[in-house]
Design a protein around this ligand. Structure first.
Ligand SMILES: CC(C)(COP(=O)(O)OP(=O)(O)OC[C@H]1O[C@@H](n2cnc3c(N)ncnc32)[C@H](O)[C@@H]1OP(=O)(O)O)[C@@H](O)C(=O)NCCC(=O)NCCS
Length: 177
């Protein structure tokens, strides 16, 4: 990581960003999980989840919102939000951070922090009481990142990727205060 502190800009995505989101999604998922999963499992998940038609479909859903972060005009990370999810044990409106990913080359440069600040701002502006997300229990970097923003462990869940069953923490951030 260089000591240069670049300029981060966030944009809310529209249909014209479909190709960017497809490439950014596939690349960042691969970078994050290729050390831990067989290539065949990853390829199947990635081709299904990040293909253009799937992203286009997601972009058209009224309850889905994507934002991309640019670092010095290069696309560096993104977030995918799901509006008004239901979570056992929580009352009030809940916004799910379904995906938050930063490219390897940009990690540690506050791109993730800028994405999280955008999410918190959007959530508060729209009257949400909670942020909610799932994270692999072994992803200690992401967990400490979330804790820094005030997320707390709420419960656990299983997530299946090909042959591997992963244990996730479900984490929540209380926005009411
Ligand atoms: C988790 C992630 C989104 C964080 O984004 P980022 O741009 O790297 O993080 P930032 O530079 O904004 O760092 C913000 C804070 O995160 C924490 N953090 C950053 N790098 C860290 C590291 N190597 N280890 C532990 N915590 C770290 C720190 O608290 C940091 O604050 P500080 O710089 O004041 O110490 C990013 O690392 C990522 O995309 N990881 C891979 C994908 C992933 O795991 N996504 C989540 C799946 S649930």
């Amino acid at each position: 990581m260089s000591s240069h502190s670049g300029h981060v800009k966030l944009i809310t995505c529209a249909e014209k960003h479909v190709a960017l989101l497809s490439e950014l999604g596939a690349k960042t998922f691969e970078e994050a999980f290729s050390p831990y999963h067989p290539a065949s499992d990853l390829e199947k998940y990635i081709s299904e989840t990040y293909q253009l038609d799937q992203i286009r479909y997601n972009l058209r859903k009224p309850d889905v919102q994507y934002a991309v972060a640019y670092y010095d005009y290069e696309d560096a990370g993104y977030v995918k939000l799901i509006k008004d999810v239901e979570v056992e044990g929580l009352t009030g409106r809940i916004l799910e951070i379904e995906k938050i990913y930063v490219r390897q080359a940009f990690k540690g440069r506050k791109v993730g922090a800028a994405l999280m600040q955008y999410v918190i701002h959007e959530a508060v502006r729209n009257g949400y009481s909670w942020l909610y997300l799932g994270v692999w229990q072994e992803n200690t970097r992401a967990i400490s990142f979330y804790e820094q923003f005030g997320f707390k462990k709420h419960s656990t869940r299983k997530f299946q990727l090909g042959k591997t069953v992963c244990d996730d923490f479900l984490m929540v951030k209380d926005l009411r205060n």
